[in-house]
Design a protein around this ligand. Sequence first.
Ligand code: COA
Length: 260
Amino acid sequence: MNNQNILIEKQDNIAVITINRPTKLNALNKATIQELHDCFKALNEDKSVKAIIITGSGEKAFVAGADISEFANFSVEEGGKLAAQGQELLFDFVQNLSTPVIAAVNGFALGGGLELAMACHFRTASTNAKMGLPEVTLGVIPGYGGTQRLAQLVGKGRAMELIMTAGMIDAETAKNYGLVNHVVAQEELLDFTKGIASKIANNSSVAIAKAIEAINANFEDGTNGYEVEIKNFGLSFGTEDFKEGTTAFLEKRKAIFPGK
Ligand code: COA
């Protein structure tokens, strides 16, 4: 892969993707979205990768939003297409990835940046992080899933207020709202998040993939999450990971999951 806008590092079953446009505060242009799609797809197919962390380069921003310079002259049709393509290529894609994805929010996560963090399976943040959906200051609305996922994560009233005021919340408030799970000092963020990722990596990746699918099912129109859970619970019994997990427990040893 010949990436211009992202960096990828793999170590001990954990991959770290760094969005690397620091002079533009890592704003998501079209090329970056495509590179991220290709990268997530490849990492998801690489069975040695058990968890993915995504973060931003530099000390200031995770991602300061969609690249405003790219869409400033768009028509109604182009605007609709931008949102639809972005959601399909990146935001929905990440949400439905079977490999766990954690956003390590290391600074500003605004607009598309917060939407990307919210599409990840969960979030950690540094104390300097600031989050918000300021789109209405530009005369648009969040278009990469923000109106849906923010309300799911923090509740409808808070989402309404944050979007209408275009307000920014700090990391502690985001934690109180349930938008991020943990807040740590910026210099500790990556190691702290890698620590969570390695706990995940010790568990059955097959079971985790089925759990992600079942949890996400609750938020899909026309899907009964309980039914997906029942189906995936049953399917787990046919996996090598289940045999290893239960055998290891009964033999009083640590399971070594084959990931099948
Ligand atoms: N799209 C394109 N470029 C962006 C950007 C975005 N979303 N966010 C920041 N940048 C660029 C700036 O244009 C600037 O580029 P330049 O040096 O070539 O002029 C560079 O990143 C640094 O940003 P700057 O605004 O100078 O930094 P700051 O510290 O003064 O302010 C922010 C930081 C995050 C408050 C401010 O950049 C901002 O409000 N960004 C837009 C946020 C937004 O509305 N996002 C939603 C988009 S849908």
